[in-house]
Design a protein around this ligand. Structure first.
Ligand code: SAH
Length: 460
């Protein structure tokens, strides 16, 4: 981040605005939403500024800028059409360590003003650092429509009871659970629909009854194959609630970014034949964290129940009486197939699809090869990269033609996605030449022949 976002307390903030045209007026109107003390200096002022001065909302000096105008100021906005003057004010302010912003002139800005979605006391500030203003406007519109205007009411409601709740509930965690319950449930609805007295009554009753005690839980969440856009709403919501997140290697950094900022993050990653934390220990860890009252998100690549050992983890939880929920994710086969343009069961090509593990153990893969080597069937191998040669050999041995199309998809759905296609005869050489590495899937079957036509994502 080149720009570090902060929120300035404006109670005793003296601001100078040099210039009083329409551009300056827009900044002034923004500043007037705050408590800042505003002085404006300009030989000429537009109607808006004149009106605001007449209303006593700012102090206007109708004269050219003088260096002494900077005295006692903390923040300066410069909005004149005289570039020499703009540069002069910038230089003088900088020399005195006063933060200066020359409007629409990024090189002369020590700070920039973000786009704002105002639901005071909740304020959302967003910025593109000046490089993508249209995208920024688009995002702001999205936020404006996403966040109810009445969110302000909830902010004010929280503010009203903050101290009382703090007195009644001494632990930070208890307070957080309390507020999450309030904001998630019917009390918030009462506030939003204007039933303030009812909301007050319910909150006080809840506080008295002390039902702020929470038991820990585990959310076993499928994080999908990599692209954060493929998370489910439920996954995201629970990730935002987590006290702790336990994740492994297949969970992309972009997805981890979406976990609640102050959640503890525990890595239990597995690289092939390098099990950082043994599975039994992971199972026990989840139970232990939940039993200590934490909300635990167990984040897994793809879908937790597809080659994800999710079943084992929740078996342990059942044993300990810990409650849990399972959130499905998009499994790598689905992600890879969609993003590579390989419809797994295109009806001209396949009547069934099988997900199989290609994991090598003692140099063999123990699978029902006869059952797999069927015409009209697509096979997707997980964990099959090192076993590729054996997979090709076995399927040919059991009757599939050497010309059967095969695809390898690495890092499916991410910007690093790589797709290589060939046949049993040449896929190994092609995968090697392309430097295919884990995580990668192998897709076998005539549906792969559609890839060259249907491929749409990250083509070059
Ligand atoms: N539960 C996961 C699978 C875990 S097994 C799921 O449902 O997707 C790990 C294997 O998944 C890897 O060896 C690889 O074959 C496959 N895999 C996971 N993410 C992948 C990705 N983004 N691209 C390609 N293969 C992936």
């Amino acid at each position: 981040m080149q720009y570090f976002p902060i929120f300035l307390d404006t109670t005793a903030l003296n601001c100078l605005v040099v210039g009083a045209g329409e551009v300056a007026a827009r900044k002034i109107e923004l500043l007037l939403k705050t408590h800042a003390k505003i002085s404006v200096v300009a030989p000429w002022a537009c109607d808006t500024v004149l009106r605001l001065a007449a209303e006593g909302k700012l102090h206007l000096d109708n004269r050219p800028y003088a260096s002494s105008d900077l005295n006692g100021k903390k923040l300066v906005f410069v909005a004149t059409d005289d570039s020499t003057l703009n540069a002069q004010v910038h230089a003088e302010a900088t020399a005195q360590n006063i933060l200066v912003n020359v409007v629409d002139n990024i090189p002369l800005c020590q700070f920039i003003t973000p786009s704002i979605v105002d639901r005071s006391p909740i304020v959302i500030a967003i910025s593109s650092g000046g490089v993508a203003p249209v995208l920024l406007r688009y995002l702001r519109q999205k936020l404006e429509s996403l966040i109810p205007q009445k969110m302000s009411l909830l902010g004010q409601f929280s503010e009203k009871y903050r101290e009382l709740v703090k007195q009644k509930l001494s632990s930070v965690t208890a307070r957080r659970f309390f507020w999450e319950d309030v904001l998630d449930g019917d009390i918030a609805e009462d506030v939003l629909t204007g039933n303030h007295q009812q909301a007050d009554r319910k909150l006080l009753a809840k506080l008295e009854s002390g039902d702020a005690q929470h038991k820990g839980e585990v959310y076993l969440v499928g994080a999908g194959p990599g692209d954060p856009d493929l998370l489910t709403f439920r996954a995201l919501r629970l990730m935002q609630k987590a006290d702790v997140v336990v994740y492994d290697r297949l969970v992309s950094p972009e997805i981890l970014e979406l976990v609640r900022r102050d959640a503890e993050k525990i890595y239990v990653g597995k690289a092939k034949s390098n099990h950082t934390v043994p599975q039994e220990d992971i199972n026990e860890l989840l139970a232990k964290l939940a039993l200590s009252g934490k909300r635990v998100v167990r984040l897994k690549g793809g879908d937790p129940f597809i080659f994800g050992r999710g079943g084992e983890e929740i078996e342990t939880l059942v044993g300990h009486g810990v409650s849990f929920q399972v959130v499905p994710g998009i499994t790598a086969a689905s992600g890879a197939a969609s993003y590579a343009g390989i419809p797994l069961t295109h009806r001209d090509h396949a009547k069934s699809v099988v997900f199989a593990t290609g994991h090598l153990r003692d140099n063999t893969i123990n699978l029902n090869w006869q059952g797999l080597a069927q015409p009209d069937q697509t096979i997707v191998f997980y964990m099959g990269l090192t076993g590729l040669a054996i997979i090709c050999e076995k399927l040919v041995e059991h009757g599939l033609p050497l010309s059967t199309p095969v695809a390898m998809v690495q890092n499916a759905t991410t910007q690093q996605q790589k797709v290589v296609t060939g046949t049993f005869a040449d896929i190994q050489a092609k995968a090697e030449a392309a430097g295919i590495e884990p995580p990668a899937l192998i897709i076998v079957g005539s549906v792969v022949s559609l890839q060259s036509k249907l491929n749409w994502f990250a083509k070059d």
